[in-house]
Design a protein around this ligand. Sequence first.
Ligand code: DGL
Length: 254
Amino acid sequence: MDERPIGVFDSGVGGISLMRNMLRLLPKESFIYYGDEANAPYGTKPEAEILALARADAQLLLDLNVKALVIACNTATSAAAKQLRSELSLPIIGIEPALKPAALDYTEGPIAVLATPATLRQQKFANLMQLYGEHAFIQPCPGLMEFVERGITQGRELDAFLDELLYKLKARNPRAVVLGCTHYSFVAGAIAKALPGARLYDGNEGTARQLARVLERENLLCGKGEGSVTLLTSGDPDTAIPLMKKLLAAPIAI
Ligand code: DGL
């Protein structure tokens, strides 16, 4: 048994969508969530810069004595998880686009994968496409996470943005859509509206289960206690922290 907290980070509030699943599955654990709003977005930055930011995020949480790290960001996972695992000795859990479950459910496709430009150009994603992407195609979504960071998860401005971003993809009539960025789960309702009839997938439940498995295997579960989440940001705490709290409680359409 280990009562130390679990450290979780993302470029901003997106990882709160994964945080919700982890809190549900592991209600006795204490979490420290860090959103690096001051440096967001990550998904339009070069790999070396994302790696440096992820390293700094990890260090901030290590200094708070965490027992495990969760990279609640597909972009940072693809750019930094392997490297951080080679540098650090604690368990590191990352998240990747949930293409596998979508491909197993929709063996004929078509499947669309929505993610940041940085996630989609990484070798890690190419390997995933190699395994499960026979009927999949990609859609980079620069600009979408910024809506969530502004607290906009529905409404006309977002609908207009999505209609323009996704109009070509809509013509391909995807049956499944993978939300390959943790921010996108918060706009799942608007995405479902822009792509009617498609089933949406995110990696949050699978990643939370992976965390539980790793904690159990490493004998790091916290058997007693109330559980809690401490919220931290590199951005403006007066806007970021209330938004995180609101998103922790918001309904999600997946
Ligand atoms: N939430 C992040 C992800 O899962 C990325 C958002 C960004 O900083 O571009 O990829």
